[in-house]
Ligand binder design. Structure first.
Ligand SMILES: Nc1ncnc2c1ncn2[C@@H]1O[C@H](COP(=O)(O)OP(=O)(O)OP(=O)(O)O)[C@@H](O)[C@H]1O
Ligand SMILES: [Mg+2]
Length: 607
């Protein structure tokens, strides 16, 4: 991925060319753990494989009569020792993979999070939140399950298989017949099994994402669902998706049920026993060795059963990794331009023949205007005219298609994105607050740098201090998810405080949907007046007093700038402006108690 809007220092680079390579490159970050796991696993399995050999030796000793009895105690103690040491080594193998699995999942989570933060707004508009959440939660868990117990037990099983067969070969090469045949068939059956399982587990995963999307959407839009009484429709939709998920789940189960190795194993055990008996009866094998042989064959049982689910886990893990990678690798359109221009901003904005479209829909056509430092430029136009879109081009939420935007004479694309965005503040139509404390929300733009007095001062200037103190916990009050415990007006004042604190040179105020009672209106007017002082402001509002006294007004119609000028000029010559103005006027007559406004250039703005 070349373009991104956010990077962290000392980032570790993983191989993203395929899901498996990606997982391996993650695991290789912890080479010592990988090595200690492998080594410990090999040692443990060697120890465990000597137990049947010792048991066989014990049988031989018993069969020798009184002479052999004395060895029995020795052998018993040896078995105890082997099992104890094997157990301790086993423990360190398990510990290594646990650590590896958890660290890998943590790293992958970090990687995804940073990556999502670096994606452009266009990407986030396109992507369903449910899909991302499913990916961040479930696919990440699958990744960790894939290491432990998935890969962990597969590696362990295969080491055990290999070592056990080697021990059988050392016992008597003829005995290799049954286990080798079995292993061959086992590998073929396993390959067939995972080949069938793969597409089903992919489907299962995808369906889970869909099911979650529906759920997330219904929950975040619960107000709409309830107010339109659409519960049963939503339920139906969810049920349909849940059923489909269940079907894939059953299909997955059916494939798992047809896992052949356990059946093959019984055949192999019987064959091995008959073969052993045959060799014993022809005096080519001692009874003690037959016992050891059957004991070793029994260890082979372990890989057979463990693989049923561990292969499934690995399948799911790889499918999950594939989905995570798809998100990670998705191209993003904008680049943060780290080395770009990052001077102190004065706030001179020039639009030069700017044209912009969302995908194929043209939204802005050939817009040119100039806002001098400190000026307030109001943008008016009917809904959907492109007012909000125009402001989003200034801080590069989107990039222009044609033409250019200059800030202080520098193309916004040549600015370092960090420098640009930290000096341009936006108060959006729909104010989003995090479910954190009020302090954290106000200080958001400054991160950790804000101190308590500055936050309080900003809240004061934003007329928010009083209502904040009315909450039981004051500034420490935690705001409910999406700021539900605050009213629209309160939210707006928090946003104003946030903007005041960051003290941007350019301010974008997109305020066109607010409908607030006049007492609150008054407060907000005061706050906004304080906010506009000394900043270049792009103002979208229905508040007549503010439009009237702006230094310049842009009139947009269907994405075209049909006129610009002062209130008086436009009233005189622009038909559309007159219509819009009268319309706004009618809406707020009798509701608005106008508050004197001070323009950026300092003179009092009321008549
Ligand atoms: N993220 C988006 N993706 C695609 N099209 C969009 C997007 N946002 C807005 N549009 C479209 O662009 C056009 C202009 O939208 P914009 O939000 O700029 O209008 P507006 O003038 O701010 O309207 P309002 O006064 O209602 O806020 C509309 O036709 C809208 O459908
Ligand atoms: Mg808008």
């Amino acid at each position: 991925m070349s373009n991104r809007e956010f990077t962290v220092a000392n980032e570790y680079h993983y191989n993203r060319s395929s899901p498996i390579r990606w997982i391996v490159s993650h695991a290789l970050r912890y080479k010592p753990f990988v090595a200690s796991f492998m080594l410990a696993s090999i040692i443990t399995n060697t120890f465990y494989a000597t137990v049947p050999i010792l048991t066989g030796a014990a049988f031989t000793a018993v069969l020798q009569g009184a002479a052999g009895r004395s060895q029995l105690l020795q052998i018993a103690l040896l078995i105890l020792g082997v099992v104890l040491v094997g157990g301790v080594v086993d423990l360190s193998a398990r510990l290594s993979t646990e650590i590896l699995g958890k660290r890998l999942a943590t790293d992958a989570r970090d990687e995804l999070y940073v990556n999502l933060l670096g994606k452009s707004q266009t990407f986030h508009n396109r992507q369903r939140v449910g899909d991302i959440m499913a990916c961040a939660a479930n696919d990440m868990n699958r990744l960790s399950d894939m290491i432990v117990p998935g890969v962990d037990s597969i590696f362990d099983s295969f080491t055990s298989l290999f070592i056990t067969i080697t021990f059988i070969g050392l016992l008597d090469p003829q005995l290799l017949l049954a286990p080798l045949l079995y292993t061959l068939v086992f590998v073929i059956a396993l390959w067939d099994y995972s080949r069938k399982l793969q597409p089903v587990s992919d489907n299962m995963r995808e369906q889970f994402g869909k099911m979650n999307s529906v759920l997330t959407e219904a929950v975040s839009g619960i107000e709409v669902v309830k107010s339109t009484a659409q519960e049963s429709q939503e339920q139906g939709k969810f049920e349909k998706n849940a059923k489909r998920y269940r079907d894939f789940f059953i299909q997955n189960g059916e494939i798992q049920a047809r896992y052949l190795p356990p059946l093959l194993l019984v055949v192999a055990l019987t064959g091995a026993f008959l073969h052993g008996l045959y060799l014993v009866s022809h005096n080519q094998l001692s009874v003690g060795n037959l016992v050891a042989y059957m004991g070793l064959m029994n260890i082979i049982r372990f890989p057979t059963f463990i693989s049923i689910w561990s292969f499934n886990l690995v399948q799911l893990g790889i499918a999950g990794a594939g989905r995570i990678l798809t998100i990670l690798k998705e191209e993003t359109e904008l680049d943060e331009n780290e080395g770009g221009y990052s001077g102190e901003m004065h706030g001179d904005i020039v639009f030069e023949n700017v044209t912009f479209s969302y995908g194929d829909t043209p939204v802005l056509k050939n817009i040119s205007f100039h806002a001098e430092p400190g000026q307030t430029v109001a943008i008016v136009g009917q809904t959907g005219a492109g007012k909000s879109t125009l402001t989003r081009l200034v801080n590069r939420i989107y990039d222009v298609d044609e033409g250019r935007i200059l800030i202080d004479g520098v193309d916004v694309r040549s600015w370092s994105m960090d420098a640009l965005r930290s000096q341009v503040s936006t108060i959006e139509q729909d104010i989003f607050l995090f479910s954190r404390s009020i302090t954290d929300n106000i200080a958001y733009g400054l991160g950790q740098k804000a101190d308590a007095t500055a936050i309080e001062q900003a809240a004061h200037d934003a007329q928010a201090h009083d209502f904040i103190l009315n909450f039981k916990d004051g500034y420490k009050t935690v705001i409910g998810e999406r700021g539900v415990t605050l009213s629209g007006g309160q939210r707006q004042r928090i946003a104003i405080a946030r903007a005041l604190l960051t003290d941007p040179r350019i301010l974008i105020l997109d305020d066109s949907t607010s409908a607030i009672d006049s007492a609150t209106e008054d407060e907000i007017q005061k706050a906004i007046r304080r906010l506009l002082e000394g900043r270049t402001t792009l103002l979208i509002t229905h508040r007549l007093s503010q439009i009237r006294w702006a230094d310049k007004i842009l009139v947009l119609r269907k994405g075209m700038l049909i006129d610009q000028g002062t209130h008086a000029e436009l009233l005189e010559r622009c038909e559309l402006y007159r219509r819009i103005f009268i319309h706004y006027d009618a809406k707020i007559t009798g509701q608005l108690q106008e508050v004197p406004l001070r323009s950026a250039s300092g003179h009092l703005l009321d008549d």
